[in-house]
Structure formats: C-alpha cells, structure tokens
Design a protein around this ligand. Structure first.
Ligand code: FES
Ligand code: MG
Length: 569
C-alpha cells in the first residue's frame, strides 16, 4: 500500500479510497498539474485575503513566496480560502465572528487532503482564529503573519494606526483640529498595507505566537511591505514540508509551557488585553484551562520592556530594527520555559542561543530600567467582577488606579451613543463611567466599546482620562484607566447589571478589587428585579453564538468547541 500522504490522504471516500484519490487527481489535473507534481506531500496554505482587508493585502505575495518554499522543499502547495476578518469592516464585531473563522479553518483543514498547513493571518482575530482551528484539527501547522504596516507622519509628527487614530480623534472632538486637518491625518494613519503598527492586538498576538513557538524565529515583526517578510514566507513554506514529514502537530508545541511563555511575552510587550482572551481560547482548544490568577502572577513578575505605543513611544518598525522578539525574550530569559519545543524543531532556549547577537538599541529596555515599573496589566476581582476583569495599568493614569467615584451608568451601546455628549449629562471628571450589555452576549460580540469616550463637555474642559468600566473589550491600541472584560457580564446575570447611577464604585488596582459599595442583599434584589433580556427572534449563526459563547474569563470560545480539561495553567 502506498503511504496516505498528499492527495492520497483519506478524505471524501465515496466508499473506495483508491477511487476517491483517482477522482481528486482527475479534478486537480483540470488545473494543469502533472502526476510528477502531484505525487508528493501537499501543504495547504490558508488564504485570508479579501478586498475588505488592507491588513492582509500582501496575501498574494506571501502565498507566492510560501509556495516557492514548499516547492523548493519538494512538496506541492495548495492555497485555499477561509473567511477574512478586518477590524474596521466587520459588524457587529470581529470577536463575534472569530469563532466562526476558527470553525471554518478547523473544518476546511480537516476536510481537504493536506499533510501540513500554513496559516496566514495578521489582523487581530485572524491569528487566534486560525490557531484555534488548527489546534483542534491538529495536523502539522505553522503560522505566518502578514506583518505590521509602516508608521506615517503628519506635519513632522510620526503616527500610526491605531493609537494615534484615537488621540487625534480626541483632539478633533475637543476642537483642537478642524475637519480639514483630521482628513489629512486620516490619509497617513495607515500609510501602507499591513497590520496596525503599534502594540495593538495584531502585534501582540504575532509576538506571543512567535514566543509560543508556532512561527519561525523572527517571524513576528518584519514589516508587511518588506522583502524580509517575503523571505520569512519562503522559509515558512520550506519548514511546512519539514513538519509534514516529521508529523509535528500543534498539540506538541502548544503545551502549557508554550502558553506560559506567550503570556509572559504579552506582559513584557505591554501587550493588548485582547491577547488574554485569545490565548485563553487557544489554550482551551487543547484542553488547557487558563487561570486568571496565573495571568495576574505572570503580569506581576514581568515589567513592561517594549517602548511602543500605546504604553510607550515607538512603532513596530522600530521594534523590528531593534531585533524583534529576540531582545525581548533575552531580557526575560530567566523566567521563560526554555525547554518548550517550537515548530522550527528547536527548543525556545536553543532558538534564543541561535538568534543574532544583540546590538545597541533603545526600543527593548533592560529589566532594570523598564518602560513601566511593576505590572502592565492587572486582573481584578471584587463584588463587581466575581469571575475577573482586566485593567491595562501600563496605559492608565497612575493617579486613577486607586479611585472612588459616583457611577454614571449607560445601559447599552445605544444608550451611550444617545446620552454621552448631552450637554445636560450630570457627570464630572471624578465619576466612574459604567457601560453594560456590551459583553460577549450583551452586545453581542463584545465590541471594543470599553474605551468610552470622555463626555464632550468634559473633553472640552481638558479632561483626558476617567475611570471607565464595562463588560466590553478595548482595542489593544487604546489608552486610559479602563476596566474591561468584567465577568460575568450584565447580560449573563453579572453584578454589573445591578449598578445604578449615583452608587459609589471603588477601584483599587493594587489590591486587585473593583467594588460596588452597595449591600449584598440590595445587589441581589436589584438583579432579581432586572427584566429578562429580549433578544427577539434569533436564527442562524446569531442563535448558535448566543447559546454557546463562553464568558471572557474562558476566552469567549463556544462551549461545544472546548474539549475536556487536561491541564491547567
Ligand atoms: Fe487589522 Fe489593526 S485593523 S491589525
Ligand atoms: Mg485592534
């Protein structure tokens, strides 16, 4: 019997495996292949390009380069599409569709004959979605990202999506920029294709996945438009053939040690809060339960070292010139699990030993002189967040990290849009803005609405930050004293639903608590009196989503996609 590789792999049977293989060959030959080309291992290449996705606009180039690498190594590349998600173009949120993309990837990887798969993603949700799917399918897989965009400039000032998007929009709202100027800014915020150039979710996930070992060394940071990005794609293609031959599967790399390294990298990067949800979901696919207390411990142990916006000053192109991930890992080496295997065939420690020697640079700071002293992110508990909440302290105003204020409650995104800028809104800079029904079920899709704008009348007075709390997420590129991911969310019966305007709320980031200063019996009575949610008639994906989505502390995956727990982190 011939080995079941390449097009001979057992997929669609028609009851006769040989006949099925013969039929597959007949159809692929319609595209002009010879037997010589086809009688070899097949490497599938996931194409997530789309006319809606500027972050993935180099997809044709990357597929070409990866295909070249596959062929140089003696196999045949076969690209195939799965859905594409770009942050700005996806309603109600990309988070709502991340699990759909993960299911699409999982099933298409499983359905079609391939011995390994190259996952090409980049924009925020695409990397976790592809890895969630690949982890569940568990055939040899390797990640390639599209790479970050270059930084732009306006009137001599460097800028980039999307930290500066918000900063300039805030200045426009405050009347500091006119309509013509904000239009000029929008011309240069995303001056090239590629993923957001700051330490947003895309950059954070790319670096975390490289640290996790699912990407070739150096693969996270090369700009989307660079020749180096294409060389990485070619090398990824060649390595995909290696893992096909070795049978190296995601489950062998994506182990608890790899996730620990990934979380630590997120913290050292001053990375996006979204990464916590995504890494939790990815781990969940392998039966690894992530404890938020572990995430908080790793955060406490890891100073923020990378001087990129929004916590610092630079852009991804600066980090790339400084050496990318290697100098970061070198700085936190003592805390890493160096024996973790990676997709390159080396352990993480061996990879670091083989990395280019360090050179002087100022983007990755030494542990002794970090960008942010102490942790960049904290996990909160307390009676308002029984299953946890996150606060990115690195992007917050230090003076607000311990704060007590009067709640000003918005019941939904619509309520927020309607009343936030009302000149008669009773609000001061000391108040705590509360947004609810913006979580995984509530919104639905947990939009990045946690960055509640400063009410216009306060913004005009020069107020730049306030304590804001919600069950929503926030863009990894945003800044402010913003408590996110409150779990359980209001729509799932969480205590956030009990808050009323005028209640006192106390945030103590150091003590890790978020407290509603209302008696427990009163909170219980208010929750019991909340009218049941009216979701109207739901069908199709919306129904599947509402019935199955887990809360933020479990990564917002679908309950039926998560296997039995096998390990804890
Ligand atoms: Fe795609 Fe920021 S919008 S990475
Ligand atoms: Mg984002």
């Amino acid at each position: 019997m011939e080995p079941k590789t390449g097009l001979r792999r057992n997929v669609a049977h028609y009851g006769d495996a040989e006949f099925a293989a013969y039929l597959r060959k007949a159809f692929i030959k319609a595209m002009g292949y010879t037997d010589e080309a086809l009688d070899r291992p097949v490497v599938g290449i996931v194409d997530t390009g789309s006319g809606y996705n500027a972050c993935h606009r180099n997809m044709p180039d990357l597929i070409e380069a990866a295909s070249r690498g596959v062929m140089l190594a003696g196999a045949i590349p076969i690209p195939f599409p799965v859905i594409s998600l770009q942050e700005s173009f996806t309603h109600p949120s990309t988070m709502y569709l991340r699990n759909l993309m993960a299911m699409d990837a999982e099933e298409m990887i499983r359905a079609q004959p391939m011995d390994a798969v190259i996952l090409i993603g980049g924009c925020d949700k695409t990397v976790p979605a592809l890895l969630m799917g690949a982890a569940s399918a568990d055939i040899p897989a390797i990640m390639l990202v599209t790479g970050p965009m270059m930084a732009g400039s306006w009137r001599g000032e460097r800028l980039g999506a999307c930290t500066d998007c918000r900063r300039f929009w805030g200045r426009f709202r405050a009347g500091e920029l006119d309509a013509g100027e904000i239009a000029q800014v929008s011309d240069t915020l995303a001056p090239t294709i590629g993923t957001c150039g700051v330490m947003g979710t895309a950059s954070t996930m790319a670096l975390a996945v490289e640290a996790m070992g699912m990407m070739l060394p150096g693969g996270a940071s090369a700009p989307a438009v660079s020749s180096e990005r294409r060389r990485i794609a070619e090398m990824t293609g060649a390595r995909a053939v290696g893992i096909a031959r070795e049978g190296l599967r995601p489950s062998q790399v994506m182990a608890p040690a790899a996730f620990e390294n990934a979380f630590r990298t997120v913290m050292a990067c001053g990375g996006s809060t979204n990464a916590i949800i995504h890494l939790t979901a990815m781990a969940g696919r392998l039966g690894i339960a992530v404890d938020l207390a572990t995430v908080d411990r790793i955060a406490r142990e890891t100073p923020v070292l990378v001087d990129l916006k929004p916590s610092g000053q630079g852009y991804m192109e600066d980090l790339h010139r400084a050496g990318g991930l290697a100098p970061i890992l070198r700085e936190i080496r003592g805390a890493l699990r160096l024996d973790a295997p990676t997709i390159s065939g080396r352990t993480l420690g061996e990879t670091l030993d083989a990395a280019p020697a360090p050179w002087p640079q100022e983007v990755v700071r030494p542990s002794a002189d970090p960008v942010v002293r102490g942790e960049g992110m904290v996990v909160l508990g307390g009676n308002l967040a029984p299953a946890g909440a996150l606060l990115k302290t690195a992007a917050a105003t230090p003076a607000l990290l311990t704060h007590r204020g009067r709640a000003v409650v918005f019941d939904s995104l619509a309520d927020l849009a309607e009343r936030l800028d009302d000149p008669d809104l009773d609000v001061t800079a000391e108040d705590v803005l509360v947004l609810r029904d913006a979580g995984p079920i509530g919104a639905p899709g947990m939009p990045e609405a946690g960055y509640i704008p400063i009410p216009k009348k306060l913004a005009r007075e020069g107020v730049k930050d306030m304590v804001r709390i919600s069950d929503a997420r926030m863009s990894g590129t945003a800044f402010g004293t913003i408590v996110l991911h409150i779990a359980p969310e209001a729509a799932a019966g969480g205590p956030l639903g009990a808050v009323r305007t005028g209640d006192m709320i106390a945030l103590d980031a150091g003590g890790r608590t978020l407290m509603l200063e209302v008696a427990p019996e009163e909170i219980a009575a208010r929750l019991a009196a909340r009218p049941p949610r009216e979701d109207g008639e739901t069908r199709g994906y919306a129904r599947l989503y509402r019935q199955s989505v887990l809360q933020a502390d479990r990564g917002c995956d679908f309950d039926f996609c998560v296997p039995k727990e096998r390990a804890r982190l």
